[in-house]
Design a protein around this ligand. Structure first.
Ligand SMILES: [Zn+2]
Length: 426
């Protein structure tokens, strides 16, 4: 029944999804060379389309001859696109092409301004198909019963809307972390095939399942985390609660689906949908399908590291691998004298994890220059606290004073968990 509803909905909303899915299930078996040939072809199309049909790109690329770009690497001749440019030029970036159907997409805007743009139906469907292909790697159908972890506190009308959408999509969602609501949610997961949503919320639920010793769901085939970094420290509790580790779906509204983790634990780039560059540990994304709102060499704002090109996954797919999504390129950390990238925090905790074999859940706050507050969710011994202090000192020397609070509650903004929160205006 749900399969039928799903197909009907898809037929009307995303008529080209089926075709895209079939295509992606074929290209799944392509060699790296085939994939890159396809990427180059689509890249060229995208560049030409943007220059011809978007006033923004027309002026940005005035002095660029697109036909000079003869390999994927030569995309570096094209200027990059920042988030600020994207937001300031929304109207001009849209192409003047006519589409039989398009959807309004909105970014969440947890870190700054939100963005609204139109996504043509083919691009929207391609994106959905890429997610569906990711599900297929875990033997999950999109119409299977699923639990949904998303932000809370909706208005009355959106609650009604969500309820209807949930029914249609065979999903149920969690509304609050009050014990009663949570227990109710966990009861429903007994029949669920997959759960998805904010990784920190899934983690919190797993902690509760384990702590209250609730009956564990037995049919789960996929635990999918999105929108937030999945910390290694989450995995143990999640495995214990759901029987599986959390798998990463990596993407962004404006960039599209960038990667999906296979059943061997590697995040494969959605090479048919996006072209990814890593420059100074940062990701730059070009969407290869989006024609209404071209996204070219977009500085997404995440630190990543790509696996070497010759690294092969035992799953057989040749799609390149993202070794690690390190985290958001955060605001700067202010010392008394110097500036530091917030990536330093990641290294501090990575070192602790390596040396002490413990993964800590952390959040760092800065309200004053030269001072940091470290919130650690775990309860940690004094000895470990001392070691953490030493690690912090090694990175910031005497330039930053800090305090460490353990067993602390981490702050969320709009349901999302940020590792570094600064209230200093630059
Ligand atoms: Zn794989």
């Amino acid at each position: 029944m749900h399969k039928l509803i799903y197909h009907l909905g898809q037929y009307f909303r995303n008529p080209t999804l089926k075709k895209s899915y079939r295509f992606l299930k074929t290209t799944e078996n392509w060699s790296l060379e085939q994939l890159e040939d396809y990427q180059f072809k689509k890249l060229k199309e995208t560049l030409i389309l943007a220059k011809e049909n978007s006033t923004y790109y027309k002026s940005k690329y005035t002095n660029i001859n697109i036909h000079d770009i003869k390999t994927l690497d030569e995309l570096s001749k094209i200027p990059i696109l920042t988030k600020e440019e994207l937001i300031e030029n929304v109207n001009e970036i849209h192409t003047n092409l006519k589409f039989h159907k398009q959807f309004l997409a909105t970014t969440s805007g947890t870190s700054g301004q939100s963005l609204k743009f139109y996504r043509n139906e083919e691009a929207d469907s391609f994106n959905r198909a890429a997610i569906q292909r990711g599900y297929s790697w875990h033997d999950v159908n999109p119409w299977d019963r699923n639990g949904y972890f998303w932000g809370f506190s909706f208005s009355f009308s959106s609650k009604i809307k969500n309820r209807i959408l949930d029914k249609l999509q065979n999903r149920f969602r969690i509304f609050s972390f009050e014990e009663k609501s949570l227990k109710n949610f966990i009861k429903k997961t007994k029949n669920a095939i997959y759960v998805q949503g904010y990784s920190s919320m899934i983690y919190q639920t797993a902690v509760l399942i384990n702590k209250l010793n609730l009956e564990k769901p037995k049919n789960i085939k996929l635990v999918k985390g999105t929108s937030e970094k999945i910390f290694d420290s989450y995995q143990e509790e999640i495995k214990k609660a759901f029987g599986l580790k959390m798998v990463s779906e990596y993407g962004a509204t404006e960039a599209g689906i960038i990667g999906f983790e296979c059943d061997n634990g590697n995040i494969h780039i959605n090479m048919e949908g996006v072209y990814v560059e890593e420059i100074n540990n940062e990701i730059f994304v070009t969407n290869l399908q989006l024609k209404s709102f071209p996204i070219i060499r977009y500085k997404l704002g995440d630190y990543i590291s790509l696996a070497p090109r010759n690294e092969e996954c035992t799953c057989g797919k040749k799609h390149l691998i993202i070794k690690e999504i390190t985290g958001r390129v955060g605001e700067n950390i202010y010392g008394k004298q110097n500036l530091y990238p917030s990536l330093y925090l990641y290294y501090i905790f990575k070192n602790i994890s390596k040396k002490e074999n413990i993964n800590l859940n952390y959040q760092v706050l800065q309200e004053e220059k030269g001072k940091l507050v470290f919130l650690i969710q775990n309860q940690i011994e004094e000895d470990l606290q001392k070691k953490l202090g030493e690690e912090i000192n090694q990175h910031f020397k005497d330039d930053i004073d800090f305090v460490i609070h353990t067993k602390a509650e981490l702050k969320k903004s709009k349901g999302k968990l940020k590792n570094f929160i600064s209230t200093i205006n630059e």
